[in-house]
Design a protein around this ligand. Structure first.
Ligand code: SAM
Length: 315
């Protein structure tokens, strides 16, 4: 336990899939005025330096978000120059939005040096001028002794007060006390929960499934997003299948998105991951179907066999 540090992986292809879908989901939920309870059961450090030793050693961001920066710049160029757009394919809306959020943390010119983790992404969206008055709440959980300190410090810098809470607690356990979320003035209860374990311990697969099962019993209409690695391990194969069965038994909608970027030249590293969403916001499927082929084209360049994307969802 505790050998996993997200600083080595921040901005890799798995973060791209997860954060792209997270932002697209939040955008839709935030169209309504009712306040949201946002929960990140496995929060990490909150934000990462891409020029840190960890990021440079792994090189994962270079194969991930760094490659996508060019798409963002291509998307911005016509607007900045006032010229007609070049004859290139338009960047999908959800991808352009995700890249704009990452860019907002990187105001200095040149290669992006910072990558926001899920806590700072969620905070950025809930405090945008058009949303700030709604007062969404963010609950963050992290167990790693170093990352919880970093997370605490990063959240303190936001000056968010009681709107953002950080706890050194097991996120699977802590979730139980947060559901159902408090009712807003009009009586509505709304929540999005990101369950993003490192799966360092095999039992995380069963715990993620149990957390969703319990969450659906407590609050059937919440949006539950579970990231998982696509690796040759029975528990990893079994998790999306279990989640699908659970959603179907509860009569809830579901979506499963996967991204395989193809084998690395040296044959190492994680090459595929998935995101399972219970009660996915309606536009998420189409948003991912437009964005993932573009993501794959960029991230799979120079890589070997096994590249694919897929979005499967309930009718
Ligand atoms: N959600 C983050 C993001 O997208 O930026 C990344 C999280 S990282 C994949 C998983 C984190 O969960 C690690 O920082 C790890 O220390 C932490 N962790 C592991 N077990 C935990 C548990 N039971 N409760 C809370 N955090 C845990």
């Amino acid at each position: 336990m505790f050998s996993y540090r997200h600083a080595f992986h921040a901005g890799n292809h798995a973060d791209v899939l997860k954060h792209l879908a997270l932002i697209a989901s939040l955008r839709h939920l935030m169209r309504k005025d009712g306040p949201l309870t946002l929960v990140d059961t496995h929060a990490g450090a909150g934000i990462y330096r891409l020029d840190s030793n960890a990021a440079q050693t792994s090189g994962e961001a270079l194969e991930g978000i760094a490659r996508l920066q060019a798409l963002h710049e291509q998307n911005q160029a016509p607007a900045l120059s006032g010229q007609a757009p070049a004859a290139t394919e338009d960047v999908a809306e959800a991808l352009a939005d995700y890249l704009a959020v990452v860019a907002s943390f990187n105001r200095a010119p040149g290669a992006w040096r910072v990558y926001p983790g899920s806590p700072l992404i969620m905070h950025a969206l809930m405090t945008e001028p058009a949303r700030a008055a709604v007062h969404d709440r963010l609950k963050l959980f992290e167990l790693h002794p170093t990352d919880i300190q970093a997370l605490d410090a990063h959240v303190a810098q936001l000056g968010a007060g009681r709107q953002v809470a950080v706890a050194r607690q097991d996120g699977f356990e802590a979730l139980k006390a947060l559901l159902p979320p408090p009712a807003a003035a009009g009586g509505s209860r709304r929540a999005l929960v990101l369950i993003d374990p490192s799966y360092e311990i095999k039992s995380d697969y069963a715990k993620a499934a149990a957390a969703v099962q319990d969450a659906l019993r407590r609050f059937a209409t919440g949006v539950y997003m579970v990231w998982y690695p696509v690796i040759a391990r029975p528990e990893a194969h079994g998790l999306p299948r279990r989640l699908k069965t659970m959603a179907q038994q509860a009569g809830r909608g579901w979506l499963n998105a996967t991204l395989h970027i193809g084998a690395a030249p040296d044959g190492g590293g994680l090459t595929a991951s998935g995101l399972f969403v219970v009660n996915p916001p309606h536009p998420l499927k189409a948003a991912l179907e437009q964005a993932l082929p573009q993501v794959l084209r960029v991230l799979a360049e120079g890589r070997g066999a096994g590249r694919a994307w897929a979005v499967e969802a309930s009718a």
